[in-house]
Structures are given as structure tokens and as C-alpha cells.
Design a protein. Structure first.
Length: 253
């Protein structure tokens, strides 16, 4: 994307962002209101930018026909994902497969595979309303991956997952990132440290930092009390540097 701007009424949520993502797992980190969701919604083609150009899988998504082609190769888990509580897991994930225009013959096996990957096979015929919050989140992940997408967008995917499920989800992210471009927005710096190949730090609608989790952690230096782990301290240091422009040049990768 080049020159991306997203404006919500008077708020400039993203202000002239240039970014490119390749295969791997990319963590989008940033404080509240930084612009992470606005960025993911543009990439998911559910929101149009106010300005700039976005190309996904070689298609300019400003053109609606090209946007349609991209959607079948994309998986998206929004922060608040809509589902039908009366559907079973199998029915709901099959419905999403149908929306993505997957071939009907391939759908049943793809649904079972996606549900197995999130560890819900034993609840596949349960109605979604009978599941816990963490399980519903995993249904959201299953619907995002059912079409084996080339681009996967997860907005706060680990919210509501218990620690064991988070560990499993990070392992799934690493497996998915071997073939696809996976972009994960999160507040949880540990998720980034454990699962991501690259971190993009967003602050006040701009890119404050890009680098590997290791390089971000190295920015933190010694324990100065600004975070509980090296990567948290690196996150704080990168934010401080971005907010104090003269210092930024010293720590940019
Ligand atoms: N529909 C909207 N109408 C008005 N302002 C909006 C709208 N959506 C987002 N904003 C504003 O745009 C800015 C960026 O919001 P965005 O949701 O992209 O941030 P975020 O980094 O995802 O935040 P969080 O971590 O809190 O989810 C915020 O100031 C927010 O208040």
C-alpha cells in the first residue's frame, strides 16, 4: 500500500502509510486508537481508504471486480465477528465457505479440516450458542482459514482465549505463516514475540517501527522498569522514539 489514508469523520486514523507484507506472520502492535483495525479493515476490503493505493495479491483493490477476486483468497477474523448462534459449527463454517464461493464438492472436507485445526472437532455439530467465548473465537478462526487463504487477517484473535489456547493459536499462526501472509493485530506483546516473523508498530496513524521481534526487544536495552520483558521495553522505547522525532532516527531499523 502506498500513501494510505483513512479518515473517520474528523479523525485521521491512518495518515500516509506505505507498507508491504510478504509471506510470514506479521504482528501489528500499537496502543489503543493507533489505527490497527482501520488498517486491517482496508486490507480485508471491507473499508475503502480515503486516499492512497492498495494492491493485494497483485490486484488493485480500488477496482470492484478485482476486489471480488481477492476476497476468495482472503481470510478475515474481525475484532467482533458476527455469527448465527443457532447454526452448528459445521453449518456456520460451511456457510462462510459458500460465501467465499468454494467448490461445493470440496467444502465438507475443508470445513472438517479447518475445525480440526482449531481443536473443535468434538463440538463440530454443537450449536454455536452452546459454546464458550474462547470456543466461539476458535470458530471465528476456523471460518477465516476454511478456504486456505493466501492472506489471513486476524484482529485481536487471542482475546478471550485461555493461556493454553493462546499457546496453541501461536503454533497455528506459525504453521499458517509458512505458506501465507498472516497479519495479526494484537495488544499482547508476548503473542508477537512468540509467533511473528516481523513486527509493525503503529502509533497515531503512522508506522512507528518495523523489524523483527528480536530487533524490537534489543531496542529495550537493560531493565529500566518500563516493561516486564525485553520486548515490552523495546515496544515502549520505539513508541517514545516515534513520539520524539529527533530520537527516532537513532533507533529506526
Ligand atoms: N467508525 C468510526 N467513526 C469515527 N472514528 C473512528 C471509527 N473507527 C475508528 N475511529 C477512530 O480512528 C482511530 C483509529 O481507530 P482504530 O480502531 O483503527 O484503532 P486500533 O489501533 O485498532 O485501536 P484498538 O487497539 O483500541 O482496537 C481512533 O481514534 C478511533 O476513535
Amino acid at each position: 500500500m502506498t500513501g494510505l489514508r483513512v479518515r473517520h469523520r474528523r479523525t485521521m486514523a491512518l495518515d500516509g502509510v506505505d507498507l508491504a507484507f510478504g509471506p510470514g506472520v506479521h504482528g501489528l502492535l500499537g496502543p489503543n486508537a493507533a489505527g490497527k483495525t482501520s488498517l486491517i479493515r482496508v486490507l480485508a476490503t471491507v473499508a475503502a481508504p480515503s486516499d492512497g493505493r492498495v494492491e493485494i495479491l497483485g490486484e488493485d483493490v480500488g477496482d470492484h471486480r478485482r476486489r471480488g477476486r481477492v476476497r476468495g483468497r482472503l481470510g478475515y477474523l474481525p475484532q467482533e465477528f458476527g455469527y448465527y448462534p443457532g447454526f452448528t459449527v459445521r453449518e456456520f463454517v460451511s456457510y462462510v465457505a459458500w460465501l467465499k464461493e468454494m467448490p461445493a464438492t470440496a467444502t465438507p472436507a475443508a470445513v472438517e479440516r479447518a475445525v480440526a485445526r482449531v481443536g473443535l472437532t468434538d463440538r463440530i455439530d454443537a450449536k454455536i450458542r452452546t459454546l464458550s467465548g474462547g470456543m466461539i473465537r476458535r470458530v471465528g478462526i476456523a471460518q477465516a482459514i476454511v478456504n486456505e487463504p493466501h492472506i489471513l487477517l486476524f484482529d485481536e484473535p487471542t482475546a478471550g482465549l485461555d493461556p493454553e489456547q493462546r499457546v496453541e493459536f501461536r503454533a497455528l499462526l506459525r504453521r499458517l505463516g509458512a505458506d501465507a501472509t498472516v497479519i495479526v493485530s494484537t495488544h499482547l506483546v508476548e503473542d508477537v514475540a512468540a509467533a511473528c516473523t516481523e513486527v509493525t508498530l503503529v502509533d497515531a496513524g503512522q508506522i512507528a517501527y518495523r523489524g523483527t521481534p528480536g530487533a524490537l526487544a534489543a531496542l529495550g536495552g537493560s531493565d529500566d522498569g518500563s516493561g516486564d520483558s525485553a520486548i515490552e521495553r523495546g515496544f515502549m522505547a520505539a513508541l517514545r522514539a516515534h513520539r520524539a522525532p529527533s530520537a527516532a532516527r537513532e533507533v529506526s531499523p
